[in-house]
Write a new protein. Structure first.
Length: 468
């Protein structure tokens, strides 16, 4: 082993020494000195890992590689971020001994990836699907280490579903509360101040994904709405200024209740109001649009930045539309797109939960918020993919099932129980009879990402640094 490799591995172990004390329900907190604000106290592994900056640049490189296992696990599962670092470190330390005995790093890497795939094949045997509210409470409580907050998270997700949006905010009131929004809230802005804070009842919706260039294209629909004395909501990505001026005049002089909104969520608005989207993909233009293409809502609230729609009618296209968004969610390339798709799902399923976190001090508020964020993600994943026994016991059980004499299997078999041992150490007792449950998604993400990060680091034999 050369000098560069020793530096990389030292960095891995230094990172692990900092974060491993946080794992488990009795794990310790870490206080983070933030130069531009109050200290942050947390036991969230990925938050701590991101703040670790080792003074030795070469050691820092090793730590940064293992951080990626924690960050990827957080993106996928929202929990298990410390477990990913503990497991990756254990794999590296066992593999170092194997390399010292003459095994080739490339062969170890390939064997580890194969062994990880085999280990994950055993996971369904230990997985149970959730059928009771108490199970949701147990998963959430295990993640956020507080029974009251766990019950709050379970209540929120029971209402909005695994794909619903749970938004977290903070307050200065010193208490944590849960609220649910009413109605379908969709992103939209008014095209003119004249359309601000307007409430419409029994409104028609004309929705297009094209720019509205000419007021003449709207005349048939406008005349129908004037004749029937019903309000009209126009939704488009953008409007020619002359169109907006003409609509304002119609509102002021002809008495038409009309609101023009700018939005890119035209597909969603069309579905929720049961409107026919005026689009080339539907072989439709505004010039050919009639009142028959319009959607309907019982009540509409037009706010400066969003549109709230209340409708009682059933929409036969909604289920298929939600399925398409869920498919996009499964293939989302990053956290930003996942968040946007989750927001769309929450909007279209007509409810969203807002958890407002408040504690006596700012430091405690931020610490609790991070715990609840983890609990929301872990519980949502448990609803989708089921749960396993927690306390590190599932890793231990999978390790016992691994059989074979290849180097990858032997290393992973020795490394998986490291999570269980560290939890026992932090709790100061044996967790053999542990009743804690974890989301199966967390176990899957931890094993996959820890093995991947460790394997790539083991094949690194040199460092190129521009440091002076």
């Amino acid at each position: 082993m050369n000098k560069a490799q020793r530096s990389l591995y030292r960095g891995v172990n230094k990172l692990n020494d900092i974060v491993k004390i946080t794992i488990g329900p009795n794990g310790h907190n870490v206080i983070i000195d933030r130069h531009n604000g109050s200290p942050l106290i947390t036991n969230d592994g990925v938050t701590i890992a991101r703040q670790v900056e080792l003074s030795d640049r070469h050691e820092k490189l090793g730590a940064d590689v293992i951080k990626q296992a924690s960050i990827k696990t957080n993106d996928e599962a929202g929990d298990g971020t410390t477990s990913a670092i503990v497991l990756a470190t254990a794999i590296i330390n066992h593999a170092r001994r194997a390399i010292a005995w003459g095994h080739q790093p490339i062969a170890i890497k390939d064997a580890l990836l194969v062994a990880a795939g085999r280990a994950l094949e055993y996971l369904p045997e230990h997985t149970q699907h959730i059928h009771h509210y108490d199970d949701l409470v147990a998963v959430a409580t295990n993640s956020c280490a507080n029974s009251d907050d766990g019950a709050l998270v379970a209540k929120a997700l029971t209402k909005v579903g695994a794909d619903g949006l749970v938004s977290l905010t903070t307050n200065k009131l010193g208490r944590t509360e849960l609220q649910f929004t009413n109605g379908v809230k969709l992103p939209a802005t008014v095209a003119s101040p004249y359309f601000n804070d307007h409430e419409l009842l029994d409104a028609r919706f004309l929705v297009t994904d094209q720019m509205v260039k000419n007021i003449k294209e709207l005349i048939p629909v406008l005349e129908s709405c004037i004749r029937d004395q019903v309000p009209l909501v126009l939704v488009a990505p953008e409007y020619d200024p002359a169109v907006i001026n003409a609509l304002v005049l119609n509102r002021l002089k002809a008495g038409l209740q009309v609101v023009a909104l700018c939005s890119d969520a035209t597909d969603d608005i069309a579905v929720i109001t049961n409107a026919t989207l005026i689009s080339p993909q539907n072989d439709l233009t505004l010039a050919r649009a009639t009142i028959e293409h319009c959607g309907h809502a019982n009540q509409v609230l037009c706010h400066p930045q969003d549109l709230v729609v209340l409708t009682s009618q059933e929409n036969p296209n909604l289920a298929a539309h939600l399925d398409r968004i869920k498919a996009d969610l499964n293939n989302a390339p990053d956290d930003y797109h996942r968040t946007r798709l989750k927001e769309r799902l929450a909007n279209l399923t007509a409810t969203a939960a807002v958890i407002t976190v408040g504690c006596p001090t700012d430091a405690e508020t931020m610490e609790k918020r991070l715990r609840i964020e983890d609990a929301v993600a872990a519980t949502a994943n448990a609803m989708r993919d089921g749960v396993v026994q927690g306390g590190g016991l599932t890793y231990r059980k999978i390790a016992k099932q691994l059989t074979g004499h290849d180097i990858g299997t032997r290393i992973l078999k020795k490394s998986l129980p490291a999570i269980y041992r560290q939890i026992c150490h932090n709790c100061h007792f044996n967790t053999q009879n542990c009743t804690v449950i974890d989301a199966a998604t967390v176990i899957k993400s931890v094993i996959k990402n820890a093995v991947s990060a460790a394997a790539i680091l083991l094949t690194t034999g040199a460092i190129i640094s521009n440091a002076t």
